[in-house]
Design a protein around this ligand. Structure first.
Ligand code: HEC
Length: 288
């Protein structure tokens, strides 16, 4: 009974894919309502506003450890490094604010968004690097390091603002949204599992020693610091971007991950973040 909304949503997505654009699809708004209602009904002890805390929104015991770590959060120094990077002028004398403006707290909530001119979904990390290359600087690595620090600073400044991704009524934007949605519900990899298998239907269950977080709220708290990520490479300081996690979750099912900032992951981010509209941005975060 509880999963009815999602099943309808899935079958409509599949029908639209098979039959092309003539089919009347569920609107993004209908999708979002069904998605959110599913989790609210599945986890009646979790306040809607708390779903942006991942597994900690659904597990008391994990939550206690997390709350004590949050007293001295390991991502704090990266927020400071990100601020320094933000204020460091480019060789041409300009800086990030020449692209984004000076009101740092207003930046995070603008992404991901549909760019009608370039006809693509643009992301915060993508635009940070575009700002660099437009100003003659080298692009930074996508998944960690300085770009993640910048993103941590920008996200930190926006904490408490509401996620409000807009899917414009434009066939190309809707197609990007539908691709992202399809990505989320499509089975892949040797294990033949969809994001939705783990984070919709099995959310709240354990796999090995991990608890599967609800898909609702998963895009709110990036970048994320994970003990598991620290020390993995030279620039590995534990902080990673959302697309790094997408890659990790693709690898878990033994599927070849897409590149960070690929069209596939940008469209996925568009869908995935839109599903969390109404929750607060709360990056950066700590995860086990
Ligand atoms: C085999 C099960 C499985 C599949 C399939 C899977 N994940 Fe995950 N995912 C996990 C586990 C385990 C974690 C770590 C615990 C948690 O937060 O759910 C995780 C964590 C995440 C997180 C971090 C959540 C947070 O609060 O930090 C995101 C985001 C995520 N997955 C997205 C995806 C997306 C998008 C897909 C599809 C491309 C996907 N996952 C597919 C198992 C899976």
């Amino acid at each position: 009974m509880k999963s009815r909304g999602i099943k309808i949503l899935m079958s409509m997505g599949a029908a639209a894919l098979v039959m092309g654009s003539v089919v009347v699809q569920a609107s993004p708004e209908d999708d979002r309502k069904a998605f959110q209602t599913y989790y609210v009904e599945k986890f009646p002890n979790t306040e809607f506003s708390d779903f942006n805390n991942g597994v900690y929104s659904i597990s008391e015991s994990f939550r206690e450890q997390w709350e004590s770590i949050e007293e001295f959060p390991p991502y704090e120094t990266f927020v400071e490094e990100g601020e320094e990077e933000w204020n460091k002028p480019f060789k041409n004398g300009k800086g990030y604010s020449s692209c984004f403006g000076d009101n740092v707290s207003a930046i995070r909530p603008e992404y991901p968004r549909w760019d009608a001119q370039r006809e693509q979904v643009v992301t915060l990390e993508g635009e940070l690097n575009r700002c660099r290359t437009d100003n003659g600087e080298k692009a930074l690595k996508w998944k960690r390091g300085k770009l993640a620090h910048l993103s941590a600073y920008i996200s930190y400044e926006a904490r408490g603002k509401k996620i409000n991704v807009v899917i414009p009524d434009d066939p190309k934007a809707l197609a990007a949204y539908e691709q992202g949605k399809h990505f989320f519900y499509a089975k892949r990899g040797q294990l033949n599992l969809a994001c939705a298998d783990c984070h919709v239907y099995q959310s709240g269950q354990h796999v090995r020693r991990e608890l599967l977080s609800p898909g609702l709220g998963q895009a709110s708290g990036w970048p994320v610091f994970r003990a598991k990520w620290s020390g993995k490479s030279k620039s590995g300081d534990g902080l990673g971007t959302l697309h790094r996690r997408y890659g990790g979750c693709n690898k878990q099912v033994r599927a070849k991950p897409f590149k960070a900032q690929s069209e596939q992951y940008r469209n996925l981010e568009f869908f995935h973040t839109y599903m969390s509209n109404g929750l607060e941005w709360n990056g950066p975060s700590y995860r086990k």
